[in-house]
Write a protein of this length. Sequence first.
Length: 289
Amino acid sequence: MTNMTQPWIFTARCPSVVGTVDVVTRYLAEAGHYIEEIQSFDDRASGQFFIRIEFLPAEQDAFAPEAFDEAFGARAADFSMEWNLTAPGHRTRMAIMVSKYDHCLNDLLYRYRTGQLKVEVPLIISNHPDLEELAKWHNIPYYHLPVSAETKPQQEAEIVRLLDEYDIELVVLARYMQVLSPWLCEQLDGKAINIHHSLLPGFKGARPYHQAWEKGVKMVGATAHYVNNDLDEGPIIAQGIQEVGHAHYPEDLIAKGQDVERITLFNALKHHVERRVFLSGDRTIILSH
């Protein structure tokens, strides 16, 4: 079957029992919906089953999500299944938070502008004014919200207000060099993604790439994860590495590390907006191609 129409995305989770795949695929087949892509995973550690399906409705123009939920819900109830439908062409409303480093911001805005990343970017938030011209070039509102230890509660309250005002679904910390308070972490639970360098051993404090160079590291990397109240320890979505050697100086490690950060963050965001990421406790299940 060939069809240029964009598919609907069905995602679901439920306890691991016999018949989980059948209850979904049988309903879709009986309703005349055509499955274009399907992935599933049974997590033995948690006893949970996860499934993601892209399907074309029997009648695209007449498809009603409410009717689907009602009809499918009658069957899914026996499995304690929770599910979501995502409409074709849905673009996640994403806010970008950034400080002074512009490599991730530049990459995201390029991928947004060229359609590689299916999002809308209604605003950019920063604790510094440095990148406002870049935002203006892309015609995106830029909110400069300075922060200090004394003003942090007010600044974070303004961040949340802006996210509500712009109806934001996802927040990306594109090298936003501030530690979020437990309160803000709670507000962003499950809908904020952070990117940071990953070095072995873990070099903490100032100038981590210089520390890494002094120890002669052989690879640099990056980790993208959901934000939680444990600094840089939220559920991991994507990671990347790049080999380096003795001929690479600190500035080379920084450049390579930033390259890895860009692609790793893009991969994580792509998984998220395509509804391929499921949380299973503190772990992620990624139903990718």
